[in-house]
Design a binder for this molecule. Structure first.
Ligand SMILES: Cc1cc2nc3c(=O)[nH]c(=O)nc-3n(C[C@H](O)[C@H](O)[C@H](O)COP(=O)(O)O)c2cc1C
Length: 248
């Protein structure tokens, strides 16, 4: 979470491939976000996150990435289409967090060599976004024939791209504001006892319950996973999760 009137919207560049054209698209995305005075952004490059491939999920959290997701009010994912799906490393990175994403909007940008603008990677990401607790928006960005959108040096040739990006960002920012208000102020209809923020001591707002399937040992027989409460601190932006009491 950025300052009271500012929104934090990081951009995840979802491929480590050498020579990736998605990097140019992500750069334009960051430039367009920076033009919005009330938005702060950073580029999160999956290539720079050295997550273990010997484990998965929250066990391999990268502290910097988790902090960036926890502070985020929304997210943009720039994902190339690889064999009609998303790069495995992007999923590996996304799977390393959960509570950090909940009730945050996500804008998806597909990049492809072919003529469908990464629509298949966008479609394949949607159920993942939903299960991670993010809120997908109805604007996407699609970059077809990515090789023609930039010159050899990465300079933008497709002059319509910033306008298309901007339309998506307009909707994303609106959703980010609304959902930030909701996380801070609107409680679930059946909140449990309030939780105090471990960072600043203020009472937190319980804005969601979410089944966490990553710990089969503590699975609730009703929900087949662990039912977790998600609490947000309006004061400092901290997010905490704790198992819900059994009756709920
Ligand atoms: C493993 C792999 C699979 C790919 N599969 C597709 C595909 O299914 N459809 C398509 O249009 N382009 C495909 N491409 C091309 C990429 O979409 C293209 O390289 C584009 O520039 C985005 O990826 P990039 O950021 O790695 O450059 C594939 C590229 C790779 C490396």
């Amino acid at each position: 979470m950025a300052g009271a009137s500012q929104l934090s919207i990081p951009v995840i560049l979802g491929t480590p491939r050498q020579g990736r054209l998605s990097e140019h698209v992500a750069r334009v995305m960051v430039e367009q976000l920076c033009k919005r005075g009330h938005v702060v952004t950073t580029l999160v490059d999956v290539r720079k996150l050295d997550l273990s491939s010997m484990d998965a999920g929250e066990a391999i959290k990268d502290a910097g990435f988790s902090e960036s997701m926890l502070r985020a009010d929304g997210l943009v994912i720039v994902a190339p289409e690889y064999n009609h799906g998303y790069p495995g490393i992007l999923k590996h990175v996304l799977d390393s967090n959960l509570k950090e994403y909940i009730h945050k909007p996500v804008g998806l940008c597909g990049v492809s060599a072919g003529g469908f603008g990464g629509t298949r990677v966008v479609e394949s990401l949607l159920p993942v976004m939903r299960e991670l607790g993010m809120v997908s928006i109805f604007w996407d960005v699609n970059v077809s024939s990515a090789g023609k959108a930039f010159d050899e040096s990465g300079n933008l040739l497709d002059q319509a791209l910033p306008r298309r990006i901007d339309k998506m960002l307009g909707e994303l920012v609106w959703m980010a504001r609304v959902l930030r208000y909701g996380r801070d102020n609107v409680a679930v209809s059946d909140p449990s006892t309030s939780m105090m923020c471990s960072a600043c001591g203020a009472p937190m707002n319980q804005h969601a319950q979410k089944v966490d399937f990553s710990s089969p040992r503590t699975a609730d027989p009703v929900f087949y996973g662990t039912l977790q409460e998600i609490h947000q601190c309006a004061g400092c932006g901290n997010v905490q999760m704790r198992p819900a009491v059994a009756a709920q």
